[in-house]
Design a protein around this ligand. Structure first.
Ligand SMILES: Cc1ncc(COP(=O)(O)O)c(C=O)c1O
Length: 425
């Protein structure tokens, strides 16, 4: 199965290889980085009605989903409902409604990623989610952990912080700092490797890794695969079973548009009994409301990785946002974001700007990195003009989501044009 399940690329006219292309063909580097033809008028018009759902879009040109998704009216209503339940029921809200919402959000995320609800645990953020997993695994003699140099730092920190316990950390480098062909893992993963931990979508380039191939390498050597999918979930279709992922972490801040305070852990069903987290608490044990202080037994499901009282306000906000993602559909979101990212790249290349993301939309999410000096100044000046994007060292980062438009791409590019002209002149 292809790791990118979208079939929409053929409509974009840029880097699209159609639905029949093999992974190898799709991954062949392009000989020249040149602009493709201009797109037709705005497609996917039915999605534009969602613009009313997000008040920020009426105030700003907002292309920063890979940093923070926008707040929706549905999440605002859900937060108001949460407050009303708190006022109406006090502590009774826990038993009557709030714990039900926790269960509902678990089920929604499970459906989104192709898992079962009992394979999902919640956590306050992705770093804590990773720490839970790390604390729960006994590596035995397999003390080597392999990561990609381009992964988000927090993934590596889990293991770097445990080096004094004998954990050895090895990084797979990227030659171009944009892509990482899956076969590069072969030189690093061996029979001493306990864990391969990496992301599906790189936060600094938008490159989509071939996770199925990485899983195959890890499993061939008896290692487990942990995937950080914070930049993928909600943007690019995901089936954890088809990709043969052992653990996956993701959260609601970015593409799921649910705000801060909630992250998720997927654990493959048969691995749950092996997990004995030392980061734990009363939410992780069997029959928690029996309050047995002198006895301890983990729950039977993935929630054994949970510790204490969840942030219910965050769960209400996120649960409503997950409904929007499910309603639009991740395949459709992917189709639209791929189109918008292609359009943005075409405009950048036409101006001779350096694009530090894959040009081929089949292996790139909706994260477009543009190389400029002093990107922080550009982002500051764009903000002054009501355009919200982001920067990373040496690059402006633009990430359109399904509700954005070609006109908004034009606005970002025109404003950058003007700022660069001012710099030059
Ligand atoms: C890929 C990826 N992983 C992890 C994180 C950090 O997540 P958290 O702050 O929830 O620990 C980010 C945040 O930007 C990210 O992009």
């Amino acid at each position: 199965m292809r790791h990118d399940t979208t079939t929409a690329g053929a409509t974009t006219g840029m880097g699209a290889t159609g639905t029949g292309a093999t992974d190898a063909a799709r991954r062949k580097p392009r000989a020249r980085r040149q602009p493709a033809s201009t797109p037709a008028a705005e497609p996917h018009r039915d999605l534009l009605r969602y613009r009313d759902e997000f008040p920020i879009l009426q105030r700003k040109t907002y292309l920063n989903s890979c940093s923070l998704g926008p707040l929706s009216r549905r999440s605002m209503d859900a937060l108001a409902r949460f407050q009303e339940l708190w006022n109406e029921h006090g502590a009774q809200a826990w038993y009557r409604l709030w714990l039900g919402e926790v269960a509902a959000v678990r089920a929604k995320v499970a459906a989104l990623i192709g898992a079962q609800p009992h394979e999902i645990a919640i956590a306050p953020n992705v770093s804590s989610a990773l720490s839970e997993i790390t604390s729960a695994l006994d590596l035995g003699d397999r003390r080597k952990v392999v990561l990609a140099e381009m992964d988000f730092p927090t993934l590596a920190y889990q293991w770097l912080a445990r080096r004094r316990t004998g954990v050895e950390v090895e990084f797979v480098p990227s030659e171009d700092h944009i892509t990482l062909p899956a076969e590069r893992f072969n030189a690093h993963v061996d029979d001493r490797t306990g864990i391969v931990a990496t992301s599906r979508v790189f936060y600094t380039s938008g490159y989509i890794q071939d996770i199925r191939a990485v899983a195959e390498t890890a499993h061939r050597h008896g290692a487990l695969l942990i995937v950080d999918d914070y930049q993928g979930t909600g943007q690019i279709p995901l089936d954890v079973k088809a990709l043969d992922i052992d653990f996956l972490v993701t959260g609601t801040l970015k593409w799921l548009m649910g705000g801060p305070g909630l992250a998720f852990i997927y654990v493959r069903e048969d691995l749950i009994p092996r997990l004995a987290p030392t980061v734990t608490g009363w939410f992780g044990v069997r029959d928690q409301f029996q309050f047995r202080t002198t006895e301890f037994a983990f729950r039977d499901d993935a929630a054994r990785l949970e510790a204490g009282t969840p942030a219910v306000a965050a769960i209400f906000a996120a649960s409503a946002a997950l409904d929007i993602v499910a309603e639009v559909g991740v395949a459709r979101i992917r189709e639209r974001t791929r189109f918008l990212a292609d359009d943005l790249i075409r405009r950048a290349l036409a101006r001779g700007w350096e694009v530090r993301s894959p040009l081929d939309g089949a292996i790139r999410g909706s994260i477009v990195m543009l190389a400029f000096d002093r990107p922080n100044e550009l982002v500051h000046d764009l903000t002054e003009r009501g355009i919200i994007v982001d920067y990373r060292p040496g690059m402006v980062r633009v990430s359109p989501n399904f509700y954005n438009t070609i006109e908004e791409n034009e606005a970002v590019v025109a404003a950058l044009d003007e700022l660069l002209r001012q710099r030059a002149g």
